[in-house]
Design a protein around this ligand. Structure first.
Ligand code: ZN
Length: 58
């Protein structure tokens, strides 16, 4: 299972996302970023950064 913590990108945010694949987790994170942080446009650079922060959990 994959895990991504929004707080790694947005300091202070405590939302954490879990999914079967990296894409699934990043999809949820993107949706959250738009809804909760107003980040409707995420650069390729930010996505690369976020991708590097996805961890694998049991
Ligand atoms: Zn967040």
């Amino acid at each position: 299972m994959k895990r991504f913590a929004c707080g790694d990108v947005v300091p202070g945010c405590e939302d954490v996302f879990l999914g079967a694949t990296e894409d699934e987790v990043l999809d949820k994170a993107l949706q959250h970023a738009a809804d909760a942080h107003g980040m409707t446009e995420v650069s390729e650079e930010t996505m690369d950064h976020a991708r590097g922060l996805v961890t694998t959990v049991a």
